[in-house]
Design a binder for this molecule. Structure first.
Ligand code: AMP
Length: 541
C-alpha cells in the first residue's frame, strides 16, 4: 500500500533508480520501482531525435549511442556544475542543452514511469536525490536546478549516507541491528565506486539512551574523486585491446588510425570522421561489457569493432586489465589516505587507523572488480559487507531519508559533515581565516568575529571562499563589498550550511548592527529564464 508520496532517486553517472516508501501493517518499507522496460535501473542516457525536439531516455537511448553518439548524452553527472553548453540540431532551430537539461530529462522519465506504475493521480512533486559526498555547491545547485527543470522540489542526501541508511533499515527489519552493531559506538566505512565517481565516507553509528534504541548516525569523514570510475576503466581496457591488436598486426594502418582517434576521445576533443566516431563509441561499449565479464572470468575475447573492413580480436586476461587500471587504484589509495587523515582530525586522534573501522559497506557497480575487492580487504582488514543490493542501496537510502524527514521513520539522529572548509580568502586567494572547517556538522550556522586586517574598499572586497578537501585548491564563492571598513574593524560573518549542505552567507557590521549583505550563494546555477527554457525542452512546460 502506498503511503504519502515519498520518493528517492539515485541520479547516477551510469544508471538512475527510483525508490519509494510503502507501508505494510503500519511498517514503513522501501523498494525500487521498475521502469517501462521492466528494469529497476534506467541507463542515465538521453538521445535527442533528429528533426524534432523529442528525446528518449534509458535503454533505447543507450542503443542509439553506437549509431548516433553526437546526439546521445551519457555520463553527464561528471559535468554537473561545470556549465558546459552543447548545441544540437533539432526541430526548427538549434537546441541548446546542458548537463542540467539531460539530468532533468532522466528525472522526468523515471518519475513518469513511477506515476504510471503506481497509478498516481497527481504527478510526483517531491523527491530526495542523492549526490556524491564530494559534490560542492555548484554541483549541488546544478542537481537542484535539474529537479526544478523537471518540475520537482528536491532535497539532497549524500550517496554513502543514503547507503548506510539502507543498510541500517534492512538490519532493523531483519531484527539484527544490535547483533551486527553490538557495541554502543561503531565505525563504518562506505566505499562507493560507481560508473564515474568514487566516494569514501566514514560514519559513527551510536546507540545511546537519548537515541531510544535507535542508532544515531554521524558522518565523520568523507572524500572522493569526481573523475574516477567504471567509465575510466572502460577507456583503459579499450586502449589495452587496441595496443594488443596493433602488436599482433603491426602493419595494419587502420588500427593505428583507430588508436589515434581513441586518444582524441580521451582528450575529449571531437572526432570529426563520423564512421570513425561510431566505431570508437562501439569500442567503448564493447570494453564495458568485457570489463564486466572479466570480474567473473580469468580471460575474455575482446572483439574490436569492424573498421574499414578490418576485424581484429584479442585475448585479454583479468590480470592484464587489472594491471592497466593501476593508475586509478593508486588514486583510490590517495583518497583512502586523505580520508583517514580527516577522520583522525575530526575524532581528535581516536580513529587513526583503518584497522579500527568495524564495518565496511561496498556499493557501486565497480566494486565487483576483484582487484577493488582485494584493495578494500587489505586496507580495512575486514570482510566488507555488500549492501543487500549494490545497485539499489543508494536509491533506497534516498527514500528512507524522505521517510525520516516526513516522520514516517524515526532514527536516533542523522548528522552530516561538510566536505570542504569555508572561510575568508586573502588578496592572493589563500584562506587566511577558516570559519567552517572541513568535517563540520550541518545543518548549522557558523559565526565568526572577523577583524579586518587591512582597509577594505570597493576595490578590495571581502572574499569568502572554499578550500577543497585534502588539497590546497581554493576558490572564491562570494564577494562582499564594504566601502567603509578599516583595519581593526570587526565584522560578524555567518555561514549557514543548510540541510542540503548548501551555503548561505551573512555579514553584519557590529557597530551599527547593519546587515551589510545577506544572500544565498549567487552567481552559480542557472537563471530562472534559462530554467524555464530548459523545462520546455524536457517537456515539463
Ligand atoms: P553504478 O554507477 O554504481 O551503477 O556502477 C556502474 C558501473 O559499474 C559501470 O561502469 C559498470 O560497467 C560497472 N560494473 C557493473 N557490473 C560490473 C562488474 N561485474 N564488473 C565490473 N564493473 C561492473
Amino acid at each position: 500500500m502506498m503511503s504519502d508520496q515519498i520518493f528517492g532517486i539515485d541520479l547516477g553517472t551510469t544508471n538512475t533508480a527510483l525508490s519509494y516508501l510503502y507501508m505494510i501493517d503500519k511498517r514503513a518499507s522501501v523498494r525500487l520501482l521498475k521502469n517501462r522496460d521492466g528494469k529497476e535501473l534506467t541507463p542515465s542516457v538521453v538521445y535527442f531525435q533528429p528533426n524534432s525536439d523529442d528525446s528518449i531516455v534509458g535503454t533505447t537511448a543507450l542503443d542509439k549511442y553506437i549509431e548516433d553518439p553526437d546526439r546521445t548524452f551519457r555520463w553527464v553527472k561528471r559535468e554537473m556544475g561545470n556549465s558546459p553548453d552543447w548545441t544540437i540540431s533539432a526541430g526548427t532551430e538549434p537546441l541548446k542543452i546542458n548537463p542540467e537539461t539531460i539530468s532533468a530529462r532522466i528525472l522526468k522519465f523515471v518519475c513518469e514511469d513511477a506515476e504510471k506504475n503506481l497509478e498516481l493521480e497527481a504527478p510526483i512533486s517531491n523527491v530526495v536525490i542523492t549526490v556524491p559526498a564530494y559534490f560542492g555547491d555548484a554541483q549541488k545547485r546544478a542537481t537542484l536546478d535539474a529537479a526544478e527543470i523537471a518540475g520537482l522540489k528536491a532535497s539532497l542526501i549524500e550517496e554513502p549516507t543514503a547507503a548506510i541508511l539502507d543498510y541500517i533499515l534492512n538490519l532493523r527489519q531483519e531484527g539484527r541491528l544490535r547483533n551486527v552493531f553490538n557495541e554502543d559506538r561503531s565505525t563504518v566505512a562506505v566505499f562507493d565506486l560507481g560508473g564515474g565517481t568514487f566516494d569514501l565516507s566514514v560514519c559513527e553509528v551510536i546507540f545511546n539512551k537519548r537515541s531510544n534504541g535507535l542508532p544515531e548516525i554521524l558522518v565523520i569523514a568523507k572524500d572522493g574523486d569526481p573523475r574516477l570510475g567504471g567509465f575510466d576503466f572502460d577507456l583503459t581496457l579499450a586502449k589495452v585491446a587496441l595496443k594488443k591488436a596493433i602488436r599482433q598486426s603491426p602493419t595494419n594502418e587502420n588500427l593505428k588510425v583507430l588508436d589515434d582517434s581513441f586518444e582524441e576521445l580521451r582528450n575529449e576533443s571531437r572526432i570529426t570522421d563520423r564512421g570513425l566516431r561510431d566505431v570508437v563509441a562501439e569500442l567503448v561499449h564493447t570494453a564495458e561489457q568485457c570489463k564486466e565479464l572479466l570480474s567473473h572470468h580469468e580471460s575474455i575475447d575482446f572483439r574490436i569493432p569492424r573498421f574499414r573492413n578490418v576485424v581484429a580480436s584479442v585475448q585479454i586476461s583479468r590480470k592484464e586489465f587489472e594491471d592497466s587500471i593501476d593508475e586509478y587504484i593508486e588514486r583510490i589509495k590517495e583518497v583512502i589516505s586523505r580520508t583517514i587523515t580527516q577522520a583522525r582530525s575530526t575524532t581528535g586522534g581516536e580513529l587513526d587507523s583503518w584497522s579500527k573501522v568495524d564495518k565496511v559497506i561496498l556499493i557501486g557497480g565497480s566494486t565487483r572488480i576483484p582487484a577493488i575487492a582485494r584493495l578494500v580487504k587489505s586496507t580495512f582488514q575486514v570482510t566488507p559487507s555488500r549492501g543487500a543490493d549494490v545497485d539499489a542501496a543508494v536509491a533506497k537510502g534516498a527514500a528512507i531519508k524522505g521517510a525520516l524527514d516526513s516522520g514516517h521513520l524515526v532514527l536516533g539522529g542523522l548528522q552530516m559533515t561538510t566536505s570542504h572548509a569555508y572561510g575568508v580568502l586573502n588578496e592572493s586567494g589563500h584562506m587566511t581565516t577558516i570559519i567552517v572547517p572541513e568535517g563540520s556538522k550541518y545543518p548549522h550556522e557558523y559565526r565568526h568575529k572577523y577583524e579586518v586586517p587591512f582597509s577594505l574598499d570597493v576595490n578590495l572586497p571581502l572574499r569568502i571562499g572554499q578550500r577543497y578537501l585534502g588539497s590546497t585548491k581554493q576558490i572564491a564563492l562570494k564577494e562582499f563589498h564594504h566601502p567603509f571598513l578599516y583595519t581593526g574593524d570587526q565584522l560578524d560573518i555567518s555561514i549557514t550550511v543548510d540541510a542540503n549542505g548548501m551555503l548561505h552567507f551573512k555579514t553584519v557590521e557590529p557597530n551599527s548592527g547593519e546587515c551589510l549583505e545577506e544572500s544565498i550563494l549567487e552567481g552559480i546555477g542557472m537563471s530562472q529564464g534559462d530554467k524555464d527554457k530548459q523545462s520546455r525542452v524536457v517537456g515539463h512546460k
